[in-house]
Design a protein. Structure first.
Length: 644
């Protein structure tokens, strides 16, 4: 269990301010008249104490309250250029930001949960005792903003007023962090107090890059204090380590769903997108994938792109499953983004019109951002995250594989801004789970029950990507949310089962697995590399849209329902004008029974090590394994869909 407000509140212990009158005094002493006036909009006492303690701890030269006004936005943009955190590019509104070579992705080994003595956390997470973290923060964050401006912004993680929206404070000395916050989240300075009162909680984030030197990165820490819903980050700049409104607060939102709202809310690492089906109907999807596995591309395949990274889900009064995107922008990977696979995104990255922060790409001699897989000829030279770059430097990629772009969703041609602003949320009918799986699961398999659907999420396996420093191998990635699940995995499993089986959830979604990463080599193909193409996603989602409405039937297998060839062939022609041969279908959808059973055994063993997980999961695994064994006895180890 998680208990809030338990143990020492490190921010107030280091800042030393307890009483409201002392907080007000510190604010009055450190803010100029204009910023004090702005802050007067915030009367929530806890929020004022947080800000005052952050000032007392970090000791900035100046404090700026970011209200989201055009003037405040302009101040941060300009200051970021002056400070050198960003540099202007030839296209108006485009800038480049570089993180240190050691800080190009999430620093997983330095990302720690602050724990109280008796607290249990996820077996996949790292913990540090509260007193150790307290000492570290005191040592390294005291005075860390001397000579710098502290920026304080008040944001909403979702449309204001939506049930699952949680407000949050971002405090940082980095203009890049605040600039990014303004592109990714709604500034809710004017509504903050009201929102805190409605939701009953808010999150706080305190960050400083410090001197921003390579030698400081080993001292970088990303701390999550779940008890006080506060994050601390220092000596790093990569947004995944510093803009903790995003994944830091997603971790707290997961806690809120699992421990405070079990059975009625979920907080997921999912895109949200709408597909237009027959007769113009709109079908909304929410889909999980581990970082760096194509979530952004999949999201943008919809007719109504909503968001590419996070989803807050809840059960509405009318029995529908509702979802909101806590964000309004994307912090997307650019590697392999090109005209062909990502036309909407590419337009914003190549043409004037949108405000874009590029990070860790190559800037060529003409100031043009370039990245691996952008579909253009490699430039003769340029500057990247390591310095000067020429193509003969074969051990340094042109751009870092985790290089990214930050921009507003509304810059994307198919974004539905109105839908993304609706506090009622969007009715979600399809949930998908995917990972980088080269050899085992087919491109689509839909669960026959809610329990089977939960088991799909619990069983994701994926190859490591460049989004985490030092990550290697093929790993378990339960719900593609594992890096952000703080509490025990068994608690998370239970929360999933409670949510999807809740009687109040009248409109049960279709829950499906998706896999784009099967290779020729593993499926008896004659070619090399991936069996499919990026654009095939239109077909996989298109089939699920029809299936969710009962417009197509599939083939029943022990692991779930898979599509029939004829339906896919028709969809390939209709959606992407591609000839889809039956031979490819057979390679993609044959059941490689030994691989699947090995996967089930691996999951069973791993889940058995968790603390008292629900037996429901094991009974699904056992049932699937038994069904697969019967099939293997009858038809051999590789079973074609035509033989099912
Ligand atoms: C991811 O890595 O999943 C991201 C970027 O979406 S980060 O902010 O690092 O989480
Ligand atoms: Mn993500």
């Amino acid at each position: 269990m998680l208990e809030l407000k338990k143990g020492v509140d490190i921010l107030s212990a280091v800042g030393g301010i307890d009483r409201l009158e002392d907080a007000r005094r510190v604010l009055a002493e450190n803010l100029d008249a204009e910023n004090l006036e702005k802050l007067s909009k915030i009367q929530n006492e806890e929020a004022l104490r947080k800000v005052a303690n952050a000032i007392a701890m970090c000791q900035p030269d100046k404090v700026m309250i970011h209200t989201g006004s055009p003037a405040d936005k302009e101040f941060v943009r300009k200051h970021s250029l002056e400070k050198g955190e960003e540099a202007a590019l030839p296209i108006d509104g485009h800038t480049i930001h570089f993180d240190l070579p050691q800080d190009q992705a999430r620093l997983v080994k330095q990302t720690l949960y602050i724990v109280n003595d008796d607290e249990r956390i996820s077996s996949l997470a790292k913990r540090e005792p509260r007193d150790v973290s307290h000492a570290y923060i005191r040592k390294h964050m005291t005075g860390i903003m001397k000579g710098k401006i502290m920026f304080v912004g008040f944001y909403s993680r979702g449309p204001v007023g939506a049930k699952a929206t949680v407000p949050a404070i971002e405090i940082s000395s980095s203009t890049y962090v605040l600039h990014s916050a303004e592109l990714l989240y709604r500034n809710c300075w004017a509504d903050f107090d009201k929102e805190v009162a409605r939701r009953g909680e808010f999150f706080t984030n305190v960050h400083s890059e410090g001197p921003n030197r390579p030698e400081d990165v080993p001292n970088a820490r990303i701390y999550m204090d779940r008890s006080w819903q506060t994050t601390y980050s220092m000596f790093c700049t990569y947004a995944g380590n510093t803009l903790l409104l995003k994944k830091g607060n997603h971790r707290f939102a997961s806690d809120s769903a699992i421990y405070m709202n079990r059975g009625t809310e979920l907080s997921e690492h999912m895109f949200i997108t709408g597909l237009t089906g027959p007769g113009g109907r709109k079908t909304y999807f929410a889909g999980a994938a581990p970082s760096g596995c194509g979530k952004t591309t999949t999201a943008m395949v919809g007719s109504d792109f909503i968001g590419d990274d996070l989803a807050q889900l809840w059960i509405a009064e009318d029995g529908t499953l509702r979802g909101i995107n806590p964000e309004i922008g994307i912090f997307g990977i650019v590697e392999d983004v090109n005209e062909e696979g990502d036309p909407y995104l590419m337009k914003s990255l190549r043409e004037p019109g949108a405000e874009v922060i590029f990070c860790n790409v190559l800037i060529d001699e003409n100031g043009k951002p370039r990245w691996v897989g952008d579909g253009e000829e490699v430039p003769p030279r340029g500057t990247n995250f390591q310095g000067e770059w020429t193509p003969d430097m074969t051990d340094v990629p042109m751009s870092h594989p985790n290089s990214r772009c930050t921009l507003l969703n509304e810059a994307i041609g198919n974004h539905n801004k109105e839908a993304n602003s609706d506090p009622a949320g969007l009715p979600i009918s399809v949930i998908t789970y995917s990972g980088r799986d080269a050899d085992t699961m087919p491109p689509i398999w839909a669960a026959k029950s809610m329990d089977e659907g939960v088991a799909i999420g619990a069983s994701i396996v994926s190859k490591a990507t460049a989004t985490e420093v030092g990550a290697t191998g093929v790993n378990r990635q339960p719900w593609a949310n594992a890096p952000f699940i703080a509490g025990g995995l068994s608690d998370y499993l239970d929360a999933q089962l409670c949510f999807f089986n809740n009687d109040r959830l009248a409109a049960k979604p279709v829950i499906s697995g998706l896999n784009y990463f099967l290779t020729h080599e593993n499926r008896g193909g004659s070619g090399r590399g991936l069996l499919g193409e990026k654009r095939d996603v239109h077909v996989w989602l298109g089939w699920l849209e029809l299936y969710a409405h009962g417009d197509v039937e599939g083939i029943e297998t022990p692991i779930g329902i898979i599509p029939k060839y004829a339906d896919l062939k028709r969809l390939f022609t209709e959606k992407i004008d591609k000839e889809y041969g039956e031979e490819l279908y057979t390679m993609q959808f044959s059941l490689y029974i030994d691989n699947i059973i090995a996967r089930i055994d691996l999951q069973t063993e791993a889940w058995r090590k968790e603390d008292n997980p629900s037996e429901v999961l094991f009974s699904i695994y056992a049932q699937q394994k038994a069904g697969l064994e019967v099939l293997r006895a009858a038809k051999g180890p590789v079973v074609k869909p035509q033989d099912l």
